[in-house]
Design a protein around this ligand. Structure first.
Ligand code: COA
Ligand code: AMP
Length: 629
């Protein structure tokens, strides 16, 4: 069946469509129905079924004869390490860690925070939690102690599993002091921590800490614990409008069903093939396509620890694809922009045999035409943009390569996938004609595997996503649909920006800046950047009587955001201004500021280290009467 027939079959009978998809999952108790809408607009999927995600991702493949197949290939140019875990080894590892956690009292429904770099043990930890029905919450390593503390207080974990350090180009990032600081800052205290000691930087242990190896040495093996279809598998915090992140709740059953469906129909992968998502387990792409989907499907996943350029050169991606025979790569456009910048001709590509490589998938941020065309020309394979979010966990709009590759229109992630009725709405909530810009919304219910809510914040869930346009899920993105039904994603409608494919909240940065005694008022906007897509830029109005040099205030502001939110915020641009553009009612006109930054009056230079940027921006604002001389 091609795309149109498949989409139509879903529209005609969603219940039958998802019940059929659910047959690909091993249930300990089969669901009798797919959708449960008794509590609408809070929907449940497969809620009377029972299953275990780790069993589906690991054990059943061993039972089906894949025990000796590689489940995880770890490739870490930054530590010069390569290692393979077979499905049988992964089963043993998850059962042992799960057993050790159970022996320490971690039970179904308890939360466990995971704060780890890109090592296979991060996946083992996630799967071990899934195995015993504990709810994991992975926190990205680039977040600082304060962000971790906020998540500890919200998720109230019984345990935290962490690595002793992460490795960034030219520096080792000790995680343990950040973890200790976070626990110090948080009101909630986990009962214990499990620390994976890495040789690059061993952690000092406290009475609360257990060594990863010793902790599980004599542990009994845990059997998979049955979870209800709608029981949460994980909480993943993502940026919203404020400094309080949203804890996206992922229900277990629908997640397994939907992700399995995507592997063949969207990514065109066969069980046993190697699929590589070059992201981080701290993001949703890492959850869905480094960990769960490839494993639930019986494919091999690559855990890559490193950057696309620099260690050792701009050929790293091609080396990994070639050496491990990856048939598809999924990454953010920013990674390709980084490669293109240092190797514009793609001269490293020719050094590697990529004959088995079939498709490049891009997501996480807008895929700019230059990057798509560069990749198409250099790699000679289809370059497929697709659009989704932490909230949905998988593609809303894409090009279903396994069902039927559709013509690529550069600038569009293509068409809605089954499960999603995408509409573009005007402010009053009415659908607009094709070619007209508006808010992008998805008709409720969202399909299986999408968020069931926000952790302990169902009111916020309703207010953030379901209130402005009753009957719809509001995506937070604006765009349009063309006459062929192709969707175009143009911009966020809220205070979320996308930096190097990482979703960040300008509101959270403003909260940090507003806490500085020198700062009376501030605004942070996203400005265009050639490499990272967007960069945050701060505008500071000073408290009366501040006489310190502005450069010192700016330096402190930059340091504070790095310390509070983390290096991943990439907050390196800020300037002092007289006042901020506002509406009559006092609302800061961030959109106007962003337009100034991106408009004729002001052009972002290629490098962010150039101090002239700030002067130019200030000048641009000054001509509009906002900045001081
Ligand atoms: N732990 C600690 N620090 C981290 C980190 C981690 N896990 N990840 C990033 N950081 C740090 C970086 O070292 C950098 O610090 P710096 O300011 O001292 O240089 C800062 O956070 C910003 O990181 P980033 O924006 O990622 O920039 P980068 O220069 O390190 O790398 C790319 C740029 C494009 C190479 C990288 O972002 C990339 O490969 N992105 C594409 C893939 C991806 O991860 N997509 C996410 C969702 S699909
Ligand atoms: P995240 O939740 O981190 O995956 O970020 C989701 C947001 O990233 C979306 O709401 C979009 O704003 C943006 N995004 C993701 N994929 C795309 C894409 N293919 N094209 C344009 N924007 C995208």
């Amino acid at each position: 069946m091609g795309y149109r027939e498949t989409y139509q079959s879903w529209q005609d009978d969603p219940e039958a469509f998802w019940m059929k998809a659910a047959e690909a999952i091993s249930w300990s108790k089969k669901p009798t129905k797919a959708l449960n809408d008794a509590n609408a607009p809070f929907y449940q999927w497969f809620s009377d079924g029972e299953m275990n995600t780790c069993y589906n991702a690991v054990d059943r493949h061993v039972e089906d004869g894949r025990g000796d197949q590689a489940a995880i290939i770890y490739d870490s140019p930054v530590t010069d390490t390569k290692r393979t875990l077979t499905y049988a080894e992964l089963q043993e590892a998850t059962a042992r860690l799960g057993g050790a956690l159970q022996a320490k009292g971690v039970a179904k429904g308890d939360r466990v925070i995971i704060y780890m770099p890109m090592v296979p043990e991060a996946l083992v930890a996630m799967l071990a939690c899934a195995r015993i029905g504990a709810v994991h919450s992975v926190v990205f390593g680039g977040f600082a102690a304060h962000e971790l503390a906020v998540r500890i207080d919200d998720a109230t974990p019984k345990a935290i599993i962490a690595g002793s350090c992460g490795i960034e180009p030219g520096r080792i990032v000790p995680y343990k002091p950040l973890l200790d600081d976070a626990i110090e800052q948080s009101a909630h205290n986990p009962e214990f921590c499990v620390i994976l000691q890495r040789e690059e930087c061993r952690a000092d242990m406290t009475a609360r800490d257990h060594d990863w190896n010793a902790f599980q040495q004599d542990a009994p093996h845990a059997a998979p614990v049955a979870t209800k279809g709608d029981d949460p598998l994980y909480i993943l915090y993502t940026s919203g409008t404020t400094g309080q992140p949203k804890g996206v709740l992922r229900p277990a059953g629908g997640h397994a069903v939907a992700l399995h469906w995507t592997m063949s129909n969207i990514y065109d992968i066969k069980p046993g093939e190697v699929f590589w998502a070059a992201s981080d387990v701290g993001w949703v792409v890492g959850h869905s396509y480094i960990c769960y989907a490839p494993l639930i499907y019986g494919a091999t996943t690559i855990v890559f620890e490193g950057k696309p350029v620099g260690t050792p050169d701009a050929g790293t991606f091609w080396r990994v694809i070639s050496e491990h025979k990856a048939v598809a790569l999924f990454t953010a456009p920013t990674a390709f922009r980084a490669i293109k910048r240092v190797d514009p001709d793609g001269s490293f590509i020719g050094n590697y045999d990529l004959s088995h490589f079939r498709t490049l998938f891009l997501a996480g941020e807008r895929a700019d035409p230059d990057t798509i065309e560069w990749a198409q020309a250099r790699l000679g394979v289809p370059v497929i943009d697709h659009w989704w979010q932490t909230e949905t966990g998988y593609t809303m709009v894409g090009n279903p390569m396994g069902l039927e590759p559709l013509p690529v229109k550069i600038g569009s992630p293509t068409v809605p996938m089954p499960g999603y009725r995408i509409e573009v709405l005007d402010e009053a909530g009415h659908p607009v004609p094709s070619g007209t810009l508006g808010t992008i919304a998805a008709k409720l219910p969202l399909p299986p595997g999408t968020l069931s809510g926000l952790w302990q914040a169902q009111d916020r869930f309703k207010k953030s996503y379901l209130t402005n346009f009753p009957g719809y899920y509001e995506t937070g993105d604006a765009g349009m649909v063309d006459e062929d039904g192709y969707v175009y994603i143009m911009a966020r409608t809220d205070d979320v920006i996308n930096v190097a494919g990482h979703r960040l909240s300008t509101g959270a940065m403003e909260e940090v800046l507003a806490g500085l005694p020198d700062v009376a008022e501030c605004a942070v906007i996203g400005v265009k950047d050639e490499l990272k897509g967007q960069l945050p830029m701060g505008f500071l109005c000073l408290t009366d009587g501040i006489t310190r040099p502005h450069a010192d205030v700016v330096k402190d502001a930059i340091a504070r955001v790095r310390q509070e939110i983390g290096p991943v915020a990439a907050f390196k641009l800020a300037c002092v201004v007289d006042r901020l553009p506002k509406t009559r009612s006092g609302k800061i006109l961030r959109a106007t500021m962003a337009k100034i930054a991106d408009g004729e009056a002001f052009k972002m230079p290629a490098t962010i280290d150039d101090p002239a940027i700030l002067d130019e921006m200030r000048e641009a604002l000054q001509t509009l009467g906002y900045a001081q001389n």
